[in-house]
Design a protein around this ligand. Structure first.
Ligand code: FUL
Length: 453
């Protein structure tokens, strides 16, 4: 049936509005905030679980520990920060308070703190020493403040404890300068009144935003960073930095869809909330002498790097100080060895300066061909999207040209900030990245290839 004039005008108007509508749809796709970008660019941070559990040899204190046991014999936070630097970490997060409620800074909210301990004669402030050491070594400090508090008498009396918790946060976020990350754990138990505490997340998040607008907040539900869904150091092979916030609206939820969204993010996510991969260098989060021989090997640490940073996540690697207040020498050695391996792996980019051809085909496909100056053996590849413009690639295949023709080296879904992999050594004269699917027109992807060390 022919168009009426009215229909024709309407469809012409719709057509001319289409680019604007498309642009609008694109503009409304989530992009990282500046603090989220900086967080991702760190790539590796260390986590330090330290507190009364270090002295009781436990993982979870019950809140009845006497502050008198907290007495590190040779505390030196600079030893931590030097080791962090040697490991290539750019940030460090300290458990200012774990579930046992013992505060590592002199707080006005409870006497259950360093003030009542023999540490520095009761005049110590471990949070201050930690932050000073971070500054001295150019690292970005972050703090973990456990919402679950098994010591405070108000816990379980929800409105009252929420006030206490916010008062603790206010102390931490106003006394020590810039705090780059605030870590909210999802664990939640009953208070002495037998009632389960109901946390007030909106008010807590708003307080952090007000006091430290450049800090990123971590929890299952963000708002800025999400938990990756396991403590094994493994991000999803598909890993979007966007999520649908309605799937995990508050921390501590369980279920298959929650776990999937934490692991993989959401292709059609409406909020930018990249996944952070927290994992310990030992079986436990706190130091236990029996685990000195169970420190992850450099080989294993390197694998963790590839399954986190190499999959568009950030590695938050826990290294627990001992009762002396220092990292154990085994941990320091393995951390340093991990860094040397990563540095060696990415030392020699043979695709640098090579001829590149980028060809878009349609709205969501493109091919990048990199012709190498000569045939070389490669054993690792590194792909990167410029995520300041959003995460776009949803499917790709990487091929290499051998003396007998093109061969597939790897295939995957997302790329994001970094998609890095070791591959079986292979001699190639060219590489071809085919982007087979993207949620917005793909932009140039950076491709680097590394020769065997
Ligand atoms: C968990 C806690 O219960 C562990 O003790 C540890 O702090 C880990 C990072 O988060 O939920």
């Amino acid at each position: 049936m022919p168009f009426s004039r009215r229909e024709f005008l309407l469809s012409a108007a719709a057509l001319s509005a289409a680019p604007a509508l498309l642009a609008q749809a694109r503009a409304s796709r989530p992009r990282p905030s500046r603090p989220q970008l900086a967080w991702q660019q760190d790539e590796v941070a260390l986590f330090c679980h330290f507190g009364v559990n270090t002295f009781t040899n436990r993982e979870w204190g019950d809140g009845t520990e006497s502050p008198s046991i907290f007495n590190p014999s040779a505390l030196d936070c600079r030893q931590w920060t030097r080791a962090a630097k040697a490991a290539g970490a750019k940030a460090l997060i300290l458990t200012a308070k774990h579930h046992d409620g013992f505060c590592l800074w002199p707080t006005a909210t409870t006497s259950h703190s360093v003030k009542s301990s023999p540490f520095r004669g009761g005049n110590g402030d471990l949070v201050r020493e930690f932050i000073d050491a971070c500054h001295a070594d150019g690292l970005r400090p972050g703090l973990y403040l456990s919402p679950w508090d098994r010591n405070h008498s108000s816990y379980g009396d929800s409105p009252r404890y929420n006030e206490v918790y916010r008062a603790q946060l206010t102390e931490l976020l106003t006394r020590y300068g810039a705090i780059h990350e605030v870590w909210f754990d999802g664990a939640n138990g009953e208070g002495p009144n037998g009632k389960r505490q109901v946390y007030d997340w909106p008010a807590t998040w708003a307080l952090v935003r007000k006091l430290q607008p450049n800090a990123v907040m971590f929890s299952d539900a963000g708002p800025d960073l999400r938990w990756i869904g396991n403590e094994r150091g493994v991000a999803g092979e598909t890993n979007w930095s966007m999520v649908k916030p309605e799937i995990v609206p508050v921390p501590g939820l369980e279920g298959a869809e929650v776990m999937r969204s934490l692991q993989e993010g959401d292709r059609d996510g409406t909020v930018w909330r990249p996944g952070e991969t927290d994992v310990s260098i030992r079986p436990g989060w706190f130091w236990h002498p029996a685990e000195d021989a169970k420190v992850r090997t450099p080989d294993n640490l390197e694998q963790l790097w590839f399954t986190s940073v190499g999959r568009n996540s950030k590695l938050l690697l826990n290294v627990p100080p001992t009762t002396s207040g220092l990292f154990h020498e085994n941990d320091v050695q393995h951390l340093t060895a991990m860094r040397s391996r990563i540095t060696e792996c990415f030392a020699n980019d043979i695709a640098k300066g090579a001829a590149r051809q980028w060809q878009a085909s349609g709205a969501n496909q493109a091919t990048l061909t990199v012709t190498l100056p000569r045939a070389v053996t490669i054993s690792a590849v590194d792909l990167r999207e410029d995520i300041a413009n959003g995460q776009r690639v949803a499917g790709f295949t990487l091929e290499g040209r051998t003396s007998t023709g093109w061969q597939t080296l790897m295939a995957g879904t997302t790329i994001g900030h970094r998609r890095a992999s070791r591959i079986d050594a292979i001699t190639l004269s060219a590489l071809r990245l085919r982007i087979t699917d993207a949620i917005e027109p793909p932009r140039q992807v950076a491709l680097a290839a590394f020769s065997a060390a």
